[in-house]
Structure formats: C-alpha cells, structure tokens
Design a protein around this ligand. Structure first.
Ligand code: PAF
Length: 283
C-alpha cells in the first residue's frame, strides 16, 4: 500500500505527536527523491530500527551551487511513492517549498572544519545548504533516528556533528554504500551516464580497491595516489578532482593507513561528477 504523502508541516506534526504520544520511535530517511536501491536500503534499516518511518523528498535548492544541476535534477515523485510501497513506510513528507523556506527565511547552519576539505572547496555553499535543510527536517519530523548512506560520507559526518552541536535529540546512523554487481556505487547521477560512461565509471571502485590493498600492505599513500590518478585518466575519466586518504572520524589527511581511514575519490566521466569512498582498516 502506498504511504500517505504529506505536504504540510501541520499534518506531519499531527502524526508525529500521536506516534510519540504512543511511545513509538520515529525514523527518518531524508532524500531528494529519484530513489534507488541505496535509498531503499536506508528505508529497510529504518524499518528494522524504528516503530514508524518517514521518508522525506525535497530537492533542496540551497545545496546546489550550479543552477543547471538543480534544473536537471530528476523529479520522480510518483515512481518514488511506488518504489516505497512494498516497504510499509508510514509517511512520505514532500514539503511545499514554503514549509521549508518560508518568506523571509534568513537562517543558515554552518558546520566548520569538516566542511573545509574535499566537497567543501569544490562545491561552495553546498554543506551550508545540506546542514540547514537537514536541521529543519530533523526538527520538523521530530525523528529519533536518521539514516544516511556512507556513499556521501562527508555529508554523514557533517549532519552528525550538526545534530550534536545543536543538541537535536536524534541518532544519526550511517549505512553501507549499495553497489551494482560491477562495484559501481548506486547514485541518482548514474542515470545520466551513457553505456560508455558506465563502463568508465565502474573503474573507480576497482582503482580504489587496488589502492586500498596496497595501503593495507603498508605502502605510503602519495605515490599510490599518483598511480591511481593516472589509472583513472587512462580508463577514460576526463578529470580527477581529488583522491584523499583521511581519518574516518575527523577527516584529517593521512600519509599512511595508520588508523581507521576512508579513501575518497571524486572524478568526472561522461560529463557526470562521480564520488565514492571505501573504508581502509588501520595497518
Ligand atoms: O543526500 C541527499 O540526498 C541530500 O543531501 C539530503 C541529505 C536529503 C539533504 O537535502
């Protein structure tokens, strides 16, 4: 059965008040729609961990630094609702824009430090937009737990820090990246890739895995990074924005896999910006 679609905050609040009044826990899965198996794995985790589950769908203009990217972002509400039907979610919150950004909205949530690296410099304003909308969605849904994919690992750390710093009483749970059989991380952006683009894109996970295996064998990062960049360019990527090895908790750059780390890659194939990351255990 398809879940009710709510567009007004007052309607959402009426439900969440009732659920909390009955001592039920609420999980939220924030999304921008164009749902794929990665999102659905978050919904499954929320269903397993909470009595009630809300999926939010809101294409947040404040987190797009490129107006073309915002205009081209897929909007597939009916298909999304159909995809959610088998999961038994309790509500789909698709807020009217003025419910999120009412006339005269003038507050921005900025998380410093974690946002100074990787996606931060490449996408100015992006994390302010994410932190602001996610703070609103946490407060609007009154959820006890929120589910985010590790695919956007930096985003996961940023929203976790934001909730902690602002004393929003919610547990932010990271869920593993869902991959195609080829290793390609699931992403709404994969829809924009041609078959040749997909053949190139799958190389990201191969290159990351090779690099990670060498790090685990004790090799230093810098020469491996140069080799990985050359491998990606040879595989057909037009540009590699960054390949970073960072502490999994603080995102501090690491010269070796000397503590639990993540390896991050962002590169362009077929005119599409692809990001991915994997865990690298400490050696
Ligand atoms: O990851 C996303 O889809 C978005 O950044 C989020 C968390 C829904 C905020 O708009």
């Amino acid at each position: 059965m398809t879940a009710p679609i709510l567009r007004r905050l007052a309607d959402l609040r009426a439900l969440t008040r009732r659920w909390h009044g009955d001592n039920e826990t609420i999980g939220v899965v924030p999304t921008m729609g164009a749902l794929h198996k990665g999102h659905l794995s978050l919904v499954k985790a929320a269903k397993a961990g909470c009595d009630r589950v809300i999926v939010t769908i809101f294409v947040n203009p404040k987190q797009f630094n490129n107006p073309e990217d915002l205009a081209n972002y897929p909007r597939t509400e009916n298909e999304d609702a159909e995809k959610l039907a088998p999961y038994g979610v309790d509500a789909i919150y698709v807020p009217d824009p003025e419910e999120v950004y009412p006339q005269g909205f003038s507050t921005t949530v900025t998380v410093s430090g974690l946002t100074d690296v990787m996606e931060g410099p490449f996408r100015p304003g992006h994390f302010d937009g994410v932190a602001t909308v996610v703070a609103k969605l946490f407060l609007q849904t009154q959820a006890d737990r929120a589910y985010f994919g590790e695919k956007d690992y930096q985003q996961l750390l940023v929203v976790r820090r934001m909730a902690r710093d602002l004393d929003i009483p919610i547990e932010v749970i990271g869920c593993p990246t869902v991959r195609e059989a080829s290793g390609l991380a699931m992403s709404s952006r994969n829809l924009l890739l041609s078959p040749e683009g997909i053949a190139t894109a799958v190389k990201i996970s191969e290159v990351m895995q090779t690099l990670s295996d060498r790090l685990i064998n004790g090799h230093p990062f810098e020469p491996l990074k140069q080799q990985a960049e050359a491998d990606l360019l040879n595989a057909g990527f037009s540009q590699v924005e960054y390949i970073d090895l960072r502490c999994a908790e603080t995102l501090e750059a690491l010269p070796h896999a000397s503590r639990p780390a993540r390896l991050f890659v962002t590169a362009w194939a077929d005119g599409v910006r692809l990001i991915d990351n994997i865990a690298v255990p400490a050696t």
